[in-house]
Write a protein that binds this ligand. Structure first.
Ligand code: HEM
Length: 428
């Protein structure tokens, strides 16, 4: 395996710093946002105004090309309904986001709805089902990457797991899983972030970044068409898309490339931040960590509970396509609905002591990975990555604990992505 995973490369710090990431979007929220979410939800389950407006955050850049009024869903009932009913609350809104258009270089499953979404998602889904995540992904990529990273930490007394582990593991897993070389992971992520930069990149920067992405992905698709491998691109080449009339055809290079861009972007940053949050939840609650040590069968519960308690992406948006009533509130056609899943995940109507991180609580579905037709495609892969990582930490470092001499870790970020400033630990 390449040593790109463990290399001492300054780009990790540049690309995986939650404060820098937030400030690229123009603002950072240092508060625990859950207190604000509680206040808003207790006022009304659905409110007029974008989430940003309800929180008095100035508009730093135009997120959508078309000006529209905004509403925000805050209760579990409202958010759950909005995610599941993708015809009324449409993901086509992504087509109106210039950053998304530039970043993916073509239509992806993220912005499709109804039968079109089902047909395209079906080309990817088999490679992301739970058994595949915990066997194929795990054996081909995750185990190897985790082993190498743990090895690189073994001689250290202290570490920042957020930067030294959480940042590295997912970006390499997903880049290699798609079919690129490990060495390309950071170049690819740098280019994707340039394209997606809030407010948009300069035309020259966009052109250069787009070329980097297309060169890397295009070369891999061409290579795999000649010599099939065992990765996502090879899987997409081998599969056929069901068309509207029921006939089937192979995917085009463009279709493969835009969805692979989406997968690499969606799979790198999210798992980095969510694994950091999960580690922080456990390490700052030694009794919970001990419960997990004593019963590794609780591993998925620990991960799901962290995604409920503090989901890294606290909201997503949809376009409302017809007049409707959501959790008792009238919402007109043509507005944008911000679905604040962060607020939904702590709704006291659904969870007792919702603010507590408690891996022993009875499981109820949450919205940390969304729900309905667009539920995270990579959810099982992300869980497999986190299960392998947490098990490796517990196995290798029986005295793992937060470093009492380091500054206390903080959960900060923008509304679009929140994570840990650091996870400083003593390993011995
Ligand atoms: C802990 C880590 C992750 C979290 C919290 C997360 C969260 C989410 C959420 C909330 C959505 C829904 C977006 C929407 O409804 O508009 C989503 C969609 C998606 N995620 Fe993830 N994700 C994670 C990891 C991953 C990974 C590892 C991959 C790929 C390997 C991935 C690929 C995708 C894709 C392709 C979609 C779009 C699905 C569709 O539109 O049908 N995600 N993710």
């Amino acid at each position: 395996m390449s040593d790109a995973v463990t290399a001492d490369d300054p780009r990790y710090k540049e690309l995986f710093d939650v404060r820098t990431e937030a400030l690229q979007g123009g603002y950072i929220l240092e508060d625990d946002m859950n207190q604000h979410f509680h206040r808003l939800r207790s006022e009304a389950p659905v409110q007029k105004g974008y989430l940003r407006e309800l929180l008095d955050i100035p508009e730093h850049h135009k997120k959508f090309a078309t000006p529209r009024a905004g509403y925000t869903a805050l209760s579990f009932e409202a958010c759950n309904t909005a995610f599941r009913d993708n015809e009324t609350f449409s993901s086509r809104l992504y087509e109106d986001m210039p950053g998304v258009q530039a970043g993916f270089g073509g239509k992806t499953i993220l912005q499709m709805v109804g039968p079109e979404h089902r047909r395209y998602r079906a080309t990817l889904q088999p490679m992301f089902l739970k058994p595949k995540a915990f066997s194929w992904w795990r054996e081909r990529w995750i185990d190897d990457i985790v082993r190498n990273l743990i090895q690189s930490l073994k001689d250290q007394e202290r570490a920042d797991l957020n930067l030294q582990f959480c940042a590295r593991m997912p970006v390499h897993t997903v880049t290699r899983g798609v079919g690129l070389e490990g060495e390309d992971a950071l170049a690819f992520r740098t280019a994707l972030q340039t394209m997606m930069g809030q407010g948009g990149p300069t035309p020259e920067a966009a052109m250069q970044a787009s070329k980097t992405i297309d060169d890397l992905l295009g070369a891999t698709v061409r290579r795999r068409r000649e010599t099939p491998g065992d990765d996502v691109i090879s899987g997409l080449i081998a599969t056929e898309l069901e068309q509207e009339d029921g006939s089937r055809r192979p995917l085009t290079d463009q279709e493969i490339m835009s969805n692979c861009r989406l997968i690499i972007l969606a799979g790198g940053g999210t798992t980095w931040r969510q694994l950091g949050i999960t580690l922080w939840a456990l390490l700052s609650r030694p009794q919970q960590l001990e419960a997990l040590r004593a019963d590794r069968g609780l591993m998925e519960a620990a991960i799901d509970e962290a995604a409920r308690w503090n989901p890294t992406d606290p909201y997503f948006s949809r376009l409302v396509t017809c007049d409707t009533v959501l959790d008792g509130v009238e919402v007109p056609a043509g507005v944008v609905l911000d679905i604040c899943l962060g607020a939904a995940n702590r709704d006291p109507a659904r969870w007792d002591n919702a603010d507590d991180y408690d891996l022993l609580r009875p499981f109820q579905s949450h919205l940390g990975f969304s729900i309905g037709p667009h539920q995270c495609l990579g959810m099982n892969g992300a869980k497999a990555e986190m299960v392998v990582s947490l098990n490796a930490f517990l196995d290798e470092f029986p005295n793992l604990r937060l470093d009492p001499d380091a500054p206390a870790p903080q959960l900060v970020g923008a509304l679009e992505g929140r994570g840990m400033t650091a996870v400083p630990v003593r390993l011995r």
